[in-house]
Design a protein around this ligand. Structure first.
Ligand code: FES
Ligand code: FES
Length: 153
């Protein structure tokens, strides 16, 4: 059984299939960008994209990604290490404080902009409603999403 994780084919061992996906990503694959904020599907800190849809990895199992394409925050930057324009927009807008929510926030915003590259402020706000941030007050995050949208057009 295989999955594609950050554009690389990964063989999934049958002994891992019932493992928690977030723990598998963090502990087996060392992809520690996804965070465990609540562990019960509420906060969005563990968000990864599965076939370009934001999903909460803390409530999924490894078997849920069989045959699917997974994107974590580690797969967002360019191969030369430069940040994706959406990541750069977060930096430039000051949309990051402690950074705990940021990987999930960026991935939710990325999935949204792939579908809607001409968002209104209200639509951008709606798109990240499942991602909680205790630091920023959300305004700079919305600013970053709207700024980055031009790169998706
Ligand atoms: S850690 Fe998964 S939703 Fe909070
Ligand atoms: S920047 Fe701290 S939780 Fe969002």
């Amino acid at each position: 059984m295989k999955a594609v994780i950050n554009k690389k084919v990964v063989s999934l061992d049958s002994v891992d299939l019932d493992k928690n996906l977030l723990e598998y990503l963090r502990e087996e694959l060392d992809l520690i960008g996804a965070k465990n904020g609540c562990g019960i599907g509420v906060c969005g800190a563990c968000t990864v994209l599965i076939d370009n849809e934001p999903k909460r990895s803390c409530i999924l199992k490894v078997k849920d990604i069989i045959g699917k394409e997974v994107l974590t925050i580690e797969g967002m930057a360019n191969p030369d290490g430069t940040l994706h324009p959406l990541q750069q927009a977060f930096v430039d807008a000051g949309a990051i404080q402690c950074g705990f929510c940021t990987p999930g926030m960026v991935l939710s915003a990325h999935a949204f902009l792939l579908k809607n590259p001409h968002p209104t402020r209200a639509e951008a706000r709606q798109a990240i409603k499942g991602n909680l941030c205790r630091c920023t007050g959300y305004q700079q995050i919305i600013d970053a999403i709207l700024t980055a949208a031009e790169h998706y057009r």
